[in-house]
Ligand binder design. Structure first.
Ligand code: DGL
Length: 265
């Protein structure tokens, strides 16, 4: 079906999901919305995150999307359970695919989750994992400084390493053997996180799992685009397209031209 997949995020981080979607579904059209005017979502109240997520969803529905992917972990954790049942198109978040993969990967049944304050406070990963396997113990840590580090392009170096050591110490102490990178930005500092956690810990990158899940849903609902043409990708933001374009390259692996600013959100 020649309708686009809609993806939204609080800002630029959701492009890590878009990157995987393009890799797995090169024929699909994608419309992305980054809510730059109101980023970050990770520090906002539950009510505000839900309100923003509903507005983001409505914007994408106006673009006639066939499925919506909530690429933001914070919005997935806090708002998805509320918005999922109110719209006709399938809406998927980043939580379930990541949780499923982690439960599959763990050997000692000790899983760590890192994310924004909003994500960790919601305990959504914990609940999802417990539902999949009640015997798993879940250890969580919010890592608020990781987002600004990544947005400043600081992917490595002594400062990031030192902050990572501090944030991750309790999870190391808890002897987790699997760690969910529960935030759009964290895949960009994966080497630092891997170094701190050590070689025995499997890092779960939700973006990859989400793309697999989207493909599965589109296939099972008969919604895949089968006309064999390369997909078209449109990018909208609620503010500052230049800032978005500048950062896009590191998240997507290539520059983006023609980022459009919309005031419809
Ligand atoms: N996109 C957010 C997430 O994955 C990180 C940035 C923010 O706090 O808005 O949780």
């Amino acid at each position: 079906m020649r309708k686009p997949i809609g993806v939204f995020d609080s800002g630029v981080g959701g492009l890590t999901v878009v990157k995987e979607l393009i890799r797995d579904l090169p024929d699909e059209d994608i419309v992305y919305f980054g809510d730059i005017a109101r980023v970050p979502y990770g520090i906002r109240s539950r009510e505000t995150i839900i309100r923003y997520s509903i507005e983001d969803t409505l914007f994408l529905l106006k673009q006639d999307v066939k499925l919506i992917c909530v690429a933001c972990n914070t919005a997935s954790s806090v708002a998805l359970p509320v918005i999922k049942n109110h719209f006709k198109v399938p809406i998927i978040g980043v939580l379930v695919p990541g949780a499923r993969e982690a439960v599959y990967a763990t050997r000692n049944k000790r899983i760590g989750v890192i994310g924004t304050r909003g994500t960790i406070k919601s305990r959504s990963y914990e609940m999802e994992i417990k539902q999949l396997d009640p015997k798993v113990s879940v250890y969580t840590a919010s890592c608020p400084l990781f987002v600004p580090f990544v947005e400043e392009g600081w992917y490595k170096g002594p400062e990031v390493l030192s902050v990572a050591r501090t944030y991750l110490a309790p999870l190391k102490q808890a002897r987790v053997d699997t760690l969910i990178l529960g935030c759009t930005h964290y895949p960009l500092i994966k080497p630092v996180i891997a170094r701190v956690m050590g070689p025995g810990v499997t890092l779960i990158d939700s973006a990859k799992q989400v793309a697999i899940e989207v493909k599965k849903i589109l296939a099972s609902e008969g919604l895949l685009n089968t006309n064999g043409r390369k997909g078209d990708h449109k990018f909208y933001v609620s503010d500052n397209p230049e800032w978005f374009s500048d950062l896009a390259k590191s998240f997507l692996g290539r520059p983006i031209k023609n980022v459009r600013k919309t005031s419809n959100v």
